[in-house]
Design a protein around this ligand. Structure first.
Ligand code: UT7
Length: 351
C-alpha cells in the first residue's frame, strides 16, 4: 500500500523582529515575565500593508515546491490551515492558489479551521487522498498573521505576548518505500471547552450558551447587528484565552496522544528520533519531554525566536529541524499539537 511522504518543505518568517522589550513599551509587561512563563524572547510580525496570511503562506509554499523539485502547476490539491485568514470568507486556500499564479489549474482548495492542530489535521486529510491515489502532489500550508488581530494594550497582554506571525508548507506525495512516510495519525476534540480559547466576535452566536455562561455576558451584550460598538468596547473582537485552563489540558493531552500514536505503530518514546511539538509554550514542551523521558536531542523547540505561530508552528519547526540536519531520511518523527476547540492530534512518520 502507498504511504504519504513529505517530498518538500519550506518556511517563511517576516523580517521584523519584535522583542519582549518592545512589547514593554506597549503594555504593562516585562521581558522577565514573558521569558519565565513562556520561554519566548522575540517573535516576528508581518509588514502591515504588504504581507498577509496568504502571501506568507505562498512564500513558504514556493520553497516547499522548489524543495520537492516540482513545478507549481503540478500541485493537484491545496490544503490551508489558519485561524487568522485574510478574509472571514473566502478562505486562504483559493487566495494562495491565486497568489501562486496557478488558478488556471482549477485544483481544489480546502481550508482547515483547527487552530493549533490545523497542520496535523491537514496532514491526516492529505494522507487519505494520497494513500487512495486521488492526488499526487498536495500542497499543505499552515500560516498565521496574528499581529493584525491582537489587543496590544495591558488588557490583552496574556494573549498578545505569546503569538507571532509566520508560515510553513509541505508538498505531500505517494511513496512505495518501506522506510518512509506517514505511519499513523490520531485526531481528537472536546467541544465542551470551546470558549476557553476563542475569538468570539464577530460571529452569529448571539450570546450562545458557551460564551454567555463563561464570560457572564448579558443578552444585551449581543444584538442582531453583526458588529456592535459594545463588542469593540468590551474587546470581544480579540482572542480570549483562559491560559491556566488551557495549560492544564495541554500537558495531559500532548503526552496521551503521542503515546497513542507510538503505541499504534509499535514504538516507545525512546524510539523517537524527533518530536516536533506545536510551539504553544516552552514550559508545555518541557513538561511533555520530561513525562516521556525524552532527551534534548529528541525534541525541537524554536518558540524562543518566533512565539506561538499556531497552525504554522509545526511546519516551521519541522522545516528548521530538517535544515539544521536534526531530521534525516528514515528518522522516526512525531508531530503533535493541542489547542483551541479543544482539538489535538499527533502524526507519526518516517522522514
Ligand atoms: O497554542 C494554543 C494553546 N495555548 C496554550 O497552550 C497556552 C497555555 N497557557 C499558557 O501558556 C499560560 O497560561 C500563559 C503563558 C498564557 C499565562 O501564564 P500563567 O503562568 O498561567 O499566568 P496567569 O494567566 O495565571 O497570570 C499570572 C499573573 C496574573 O496576575 P495576578 O492575577 O497574579 O496579579 C496576570 O494578570 O500574570 C499576569 N499577567 C501578566 N503579567 C505580565 C498575564 N499576562 C501578563 C503579561 N505580563 N504579559
Amino acid at each position: 500500500m502507498k504511504k504519504t511522504k513529505i517530498a518538500g518543505i519550506g518556511h517563511y518568517l517576516p523580517e521584523r523582529v519584535v522583542s519582549n522589550k518592545e512589547l514593554e513599551s506597549l503594555m504593562d509587561t516585562t521581558d522577565e515575565w514573558i521569558t519565565e512563563r513562556t520561554g519566548i524572547r522575540e517573535r516576528r510580525f508581518g509588514e502591515r500593508h504588504k504581507e498577509t496570511t496568504t502571501t506568507m503562506g505562498a512564500r513558504a509554499a514556493e520553497k516547499a515546491i522548489a524543495d520537492a523539485g516540482i513545478q507549481k502547476e503540478e500541485v493537484d490539491f491545496i490544503i490551508f490551515a489558519t485561524l487568522s485568514p485574510d478574509y472571514f470568507f473566502p478562505g486562504c486556500g483559493v487566495l494562495v492558489q491565486r497568489e501562486l499564479g496557478i488558478s488556471d489549474t482549477e485544483v481544489g482548495a480546502l481550508d482547515i479551521r483547527n487552530q493549533c492542530s490545523g497542520f496535523v489535521y491537514g496532514l491526516s486529510v492529505a494522507d487519505q487522498y494520497i494513500k487512495t491515489g486521488v492526488y499526487k502532489n498536495i500542497l499543505l500550508i499552515g500560516a498565521e498573521m496574528h499581529s493584525m488581530g491582537l489587543d496590544f494594550t495591558t488588557r490583552g497582554r496574556n494573549v498578545s505576548v505569546i503569538f507571532g506571525d509566520g508560515a510553513g508548507a509541505v508538498i505531500l506525495q505517494p511513496t512505495e518505500a518501506e522506510d518512509q512516510g506517514v505511519l499513523t495519525s490520531h485526531l481528537h476534540s472536546d467541544g465542551r471547552h470551546a470558549e476557553e480559547l476563542a475569538f468570539l466576535s464577530p460571529g452569529c452566536h448571539g450570546g450562545y450558551h458557551g460564551a454567555k455562561e463563561l464570560y457572564g455576558f448579558s443578552d444585551s451584550t449581543f444584538d442582531t447587528v453583526f458588529v456592535t460598538q459594545k463588542m469593540l468596547d468590551d474587546a470581544l473582537i480579540y482572542p480570549h484565552m483562559n491560559g491556566k485552563y488551557v495549560f492544564k489540558f495541554a500537558v495531559q493531552k500532548f503526552p496521551a496522544v503521542i503515546m497513542e500514536a507510538l503505541g499504534t505503530a509499535g514504538f516507545q518514546p525512546s524510539d523517537l528520533d524527533m518530536l516536533i511539538p506545536h510551539q504553544a509554550n516552552l514550559r508545555i514542551s518541557q513538561f511533555v519531554q520530561k513525562v516521556l523521558k525524552l532527551t534534548d536531542d529528541q525534541v525541537f523547540n524554536n518558540i524562543q525566536r518566533y512565539g506561538n505561530t499556531t497552525a504554522a508552528s509545526i511546519p516551521i519547526a519541522l522545516s528548521e529541524a530538517r535544515d539544521e540536519g536534526r531530521v534525516k531520511r528514515g528518522d522516526l518523527v512525531c508531530l503533535a499539537a493541542f489547542g483551541s476547540g479543544f482539538t489535538w492530534g499527533a502524526s507519526l512518520l518516517r522522514w
